[in-house]
Design a protein around this ligand. Sequence first.
Ligand code: DGI
Ligand code: FE
Ligand code: FE
Length: 190
Amino acid sequence: MDNVQEILIEKIGKKRVEHSIGVMETAMELAKLYYVDMDKAKIAGILHDCAKYGDKSYLLKRASDFDIILDKIMIENYQLIHGPLGAEVAKEDFGVKDEEILNAIRYHTTGRENMTLLDKIIYLADYIEPSRNFLGVEKARKLAFENLDKSLIYAMDNTVIQLIKTSKLIHLDTIKARNYLVLKENSMDL
Ligand code: DGI
Ligand code: FE
Ligand code: FE
């Protein structure tokens, strides 16, 4: 894994690697705070966007090469493909075998029902890493270090609002991820 960053630059470019380094560092901080394996957070963080390049036909072809089953929403919003494709690329090109790491990469864009702590950390680190700069990021950053689930709900709410504002499709995993967390949060208020 020594030359991961150089190999990644060739694949996804310098700018996206800088983002990935930010995700890796943020994910390691969160992992330390929430008692998650820091090495797994490091690997998932640096590799999470390893398949984020190419146009729609290229992404569709690569997904089919790996026998990834794509649903209608992924095909329509092909940017979503880099999650599941990234897990296969991490396995094939970077030798990652750990299923927890692969799932964190696979679900980093949409989330999923009943996310693992590592899934949550990668999703959030991607959202709040230092170079992210959008309305609400400061609040998400603060929340991330106070209450992981509350900050995830905040990030997912904002994401869904943006998707609706731009008339995009919402992937079922995005909805399931949020519903699961909101139900859990509500049951804690009882
Ligand atoms: O790859 P990054 O840009 O670092 O970040 P990401 O993998 O979280 O992708 C972010 C984009 O994914 C953002 O524009 C919102 C979009 N997204 C997240 N959930 C959904 C979604 N897009 C659609 N169409 N449907 C979703 O459910
Ligand atoms: Fe991504
Ligand atoms: Fe990312």
